[in-house]
Design a binder for this molecule. Structure first.
Ligand SMILES: Cc1ncc(COP(=O)(O)O)c(C=O)c1O
Length: 390
């Protein structure tokens, strides 16, 4: 049957993720995969899961399997409120940060509205904004006077053209894909632009707790709580399979999200929330984080040392202070989209950097993740990749 007449106009704007398609095509355990941003399974409390479930069963009984409140369980809201020093009323539990992104777009974006994104940006966010028919405009966040002038001029031109800018989306800590962190000056500039031009900031922070060196930067939410929607996630500090995250914002914004979520999924996963509240309040999260940071710090350092050892002249990479990714810039003539099939045939997977740019530019870049691959495979994979680039 031909269904094409029946699909909604929104479906024409759905964008398939080349990243997730890579996972469909290959068995990641059989190759050198630098492609996915999967956490390393040794960071999961798999062995302790049964006893954790038993603890919450004893504490809360049947409630752990019942429908829950749309805004989330009190226990998890309170635990997050304590950890991040924000009132529980400003916290909405989400079915992970991807839902936080999507629900924000859903409550703010009408077709044709502008969503500003840092170039490059997380693909899953771009997919969501496109599905609501947003006009996505990428901004270069280079911290120079010229680039800053350009940013302001781009925004002014959009306003002059009668466009409505709804929000600016950014991953300020250990960004996916670049691994870079915005300085306080960069954060302050975004806040100043948001205040001047009347838009909100969607601050997506799934990697914020994965800092391996240096000092944490002030969140954008702290700088401008009235116009920031801050997203957190348990995916990288507990387990992504739980699909659990949170949103911090003004109660007026959260009220719209609350009503929207009633139609979306009624409530976030309840058993998962009790487990997460226990994970936080028992101190397990912090104890586990220490080990997780140590593991990833070692992997990052190993990856960088292998890049230094094998990569030819003309290849450069970011040096992230945390997170799961490195971003490589290759000589101009190398097209990483074109190179991809050859790399896969040689047993190495990466994600082409141009997928993360609003206009598909920067075809000489690639994202490498060091979190999931075992240490023994990092050298082999980088050696093959370097031989293909040479
Ligand atoms: C920047 C960013 N935001 C959001 C997500 C979605 O994560 P989750 O929905 O598991 O919290 C990811 C996943 O990798 C990400 O990199």
């Amino acid at each position: 049957m031909d269904y094409s007449e029946l699909f909604s106009a929104d479906t024409h704007n759905f964008m398939r993720s080349p990243v997730r398609d890579i996972f469909k095509k290959v068995d990641l355990s059989k190759i050198y995969s630098f492609a996915g941003g999967y956490p390393h399974p040794s960071t999961f409390p798999t062995d302790r899961l049964a006893s954790m479930v038993e603890t919450v069963r004893q504490k809360y009984g049947d409630k752990i399997l019942q429908y829950g409140a749309t805004q989330g369980t009190n226990e998890l809201q309170e635990a997050l409120s304590k950890r991040y020093d924000v009132p529980a009323d400003n916290i909405q539990i989400t079915t992970s940060s991807q839902q936080g992104i999507d629900v924000t777009a859903r409550v703010l974006v009408d077709p044709g509205d502008v969503v500003l994104v840092a170039d490059p940006s997380y693909l899953g966010a771009i997919q969501s904004f496109k599905s609501y028919r947003a006009d996505i405009v990428g901004l270069d966040l280079t911290p120079s006077f010229e680039a800053s002038k350009q940013r302001r001029a781009t925004i002014q031109a959009l306003v002059d053209a009668g466009k409505k800018i709804k929000f600016f989306y950014t991953v300020p800590d250990f960004q996916n894909p670049s691994g870079e962190t915005l300085t306080l000056a960069q954060r302050s500039e975004l806040v100043a632009l948001a205040r001047e031009f009347g838009f909100l900031i969607l601050e997506d922070c799934p990697y914020r707790e994965l800092r391996y060196e240096g000092q944490p930067q002030t969140t954008i939410y702290t700088l401008a709580p009235e116009r920031t929607i801050h997203l957190g996630s348990f995916s990288k500090v507990f387990a992504p399979g739980l699909r659990l995250g949170w949103m911090i914002a003004a109660p007026e914004i959260l009220d719209k999200v609350y009503v929207c979520k009633q139609a979306l999924d009624l409530c976030p996963p309840v058993l998962d929330q009790y487990l997460a509240a226990e994970w936080l309040s028992s101190g397990e999260l912090d104890r586990n984080l220490e080990k997780t940071r140590e593991l990833y710090r070692g992997k990052r350092d190993l990856m960088i040392s292998m890049l230094e050892k094998y990569m030819p002249e003309g290849v450069s990479w970011t040096h992230p202070e945390g997170g799961l990714f490195l971003f490589l810039t290759l000589p101009e003539h190398i097209d990483t989209v074109a190179l991809y099939d050859k790399a896969l045939a040689a047993g190495v997977a990466y994600v082409a950097g141009s997928f993360f740019y609003a206009n598909g530019t920067h075809r000489n870049t690639m994202r490498l993740s060091y979190s999931f691959i075992d240490d023994e495979k990092i050298e082999g994979g980088i050696r093959i990749l370097a031989s293909l680039i040479r």
